[in-house]
Design a binder for this molecule. Structure first.
Ligand code: ADP
Ligand code: MG
Length: 321
């Protein structure tokens, strides 16, 4: 089995949206009139983003999911993606499971695989996604306004909890571990939520490196500050039953700076509160209000008594240890 057999067998299917998929020098996409294209890349490296023991099917799904999450954060409809793969060898069982994960995710989110590159080397997966959004409607990090509410979707901190269990720094019962592990290994891109937030959210980002750090990106790009409450960490729809079973300070750390949640963090004006509730019901994803955008720069985290916390919450950075 050579490179081209691998591509033909595992990584080619006729595209549904693109004019031309893999097999030629370039894939062809016809941009839709009135739409802007959104493009994003994410790389997953063995030993850094995933453990060598991870199930290849789950890995395939996650590799595409984290890219779809970026499109969701822009409010974009998924269109197409490329897959650049560096493989240490050709293991047909691995390729079969991995590509099935890719295809299942691609089918569910209606996105075409339109090409890529395949080479030998340390296991690395690089995906570039393309999506589209009506002109002028992309959700950006830079749109937060003073007085906006800050919301987070789904639950946060579970993936970090799972990672701590894997590393041996935390313990969890069998049922809990199953659930939090699924959150780490099989994140759900919030595609429908992103689409529904167009016209309602002023700024949006997906939580991949940790809530506080990712909120920081919105604040810097929007040149605003924020107050982040912590009462929602005590009890709210953003805290899973598994996290709720941990002591408050552990839970706080996981929720505030654990990464890999792939939830959407967004801001919207107070007058949009009823609309946000509608969106939540329509897409069936809980949305929790966790703070407010302020005029002064910087982020203030408030404790349960409403006092500013001194503790700082780090977020994930590949070049800072
Ligand atoms: P070129 O040498 O022109 O760059 P390649 O030999 O790298 O082309 O790839 C041949 C075709 O297979 C191209 O259309 C490319 O997009 C596609 N392809 C290569 N690797 C992958 C992959 N991992 N997944 C999907 N398509 C791929
Ligand atoms: Mg090539």
């Amino acid at each position: 089995m050579g490179e081209f057999d691998v591509i033909a067998k595992y990584f080619y299917r006729a595209p549904k949206k693109a004019l031309l998929g893999g097999g030629d020098d370039c894939a062809l996409i016809q941009p839709t009139l009135g739409m802007t294209q959104c493009i994003s890349s994410d790389m997953l490296v063995e030993g850094r983003h995933f453990l060598s023991t991870v199930d290849p099917y789950r890995l395939g799904k996650k590799a595409l999911a984290v890219n779809l999450s970026d499109l969701a954060a822009c409010g974009a409809t998924p269109q197409a993606f490329t897959l650049a793969l560096s493989l240490s060898g050709l293991d047909s069982n691995w390729l079969e499971s991995f590509s099935n994960g890719i295809w299942d995710m691609a089918q569910e989110y209606e996105i075409d695989l339109i090409g890529g590159d395949t080479t030998k080397g340390p296991l690395t997966i690089c995906i570039t996604v393309l999506g589209e959004v009506p002109n002028g409607q992309a959700l950006l990090r830079s749109g937060a306004k003073v007085g906006d509410d800050i919301y987070v979707s789904g639950t946060v901190g579970d993936a970090k909890f799972a990672l701590e269990v894997f590393r041996g720094f935390a313990g969890a019962g069998e049922k809990t571990f199953e659930r939090i592990r699924a959150r780490l290994e099989q994140p759900t891109p919030r595609t429908q939520l992103g689409l529904a937030l167009r016209g309602t959210a002023n700024a949006c980002i997906d939580v991949s490196d940790g809530l506080v750090g990712d909120l920081g990106h919105i604040l810097r790009r929007s040149a605003v500050g924020a107050i982040l409450n912590t009462d929602w960490v005590e009890s709210s729809s953003a805290i899973s039953q598994d996290l709720a079973a941990l002591d408050f300070s552990t839970r706080l750390g996981y929720a505030m700076s654990g990464g890999d949640d792939y939830e959407l963090l967004f801001t919207s004006s107070k007058s949009a509160r009823p609309r946000v509730q509608e969106v939540s019901r329509a897409v069936q994803v809980p949305l929790t209000r966790i703070g407010e955008i302020t005029k002064g720069l910087g982020l203030r985290v408030m404790d349960l008594e409403g006092q500013q916390m001194i503790k700082s919450f780090s977020s994930f950075d590949h070049f800072v240890s």
